[in-house]
Design a protein around this ligand. Structure first.
Ligand code: FES
Length: 104
């Protein structure tokens, strides 16, 4: 079942930097990649208190600021240790300049 929630305004997002959103208590990182908005779980699975959106963004991946595990933004896939779990990917749509994510 869909559960679309407002996460940000589109004009808050930039190709150059992640945007940390708190959506109904859930930490979600928003990314603008090649003009498309992507949303992934923002808590690093290695230590669930670290926000990936505070990390280093490069070529469609985000690197955890704590121990440098990398995650593919389009798929949420963990690309290397010490983290060993993927992060969730959330469906996204943009309506009237608002970014909505499906917490489903
Ligand atoms: S907290 Fe992210 S890799 Fe350790």
């Amino acid at each position: 079942m869909s559960d679309w929630r407002e996460a940000a305004r589109l004009d808050q997002l930039s190709e150059d930097a992640p945007h940390a959103a708190n959506v109904d208590g859930r930490a979600i990182g928003l990314y603008l990649l090649d003009g498309e908005v992507r949303a992934i779980g923002d808590l690093c699975p290695h230590m669930k208190s670290v926000l990936l959106s505070q990390g280093y963004l490069e070529d469609g991946t985000i690197e955890c600021p704590m121990h440098q595990s990398q995650f593919e933004i389009r798929t949420g896939r963990c690309l290397g240790p010490p983290a060993d779990e993927d992060v969730p990917v959330y469906p996204v749509k943009v309506e009237d300049g608002l970014v909505l994510v499906d917490l489903g």
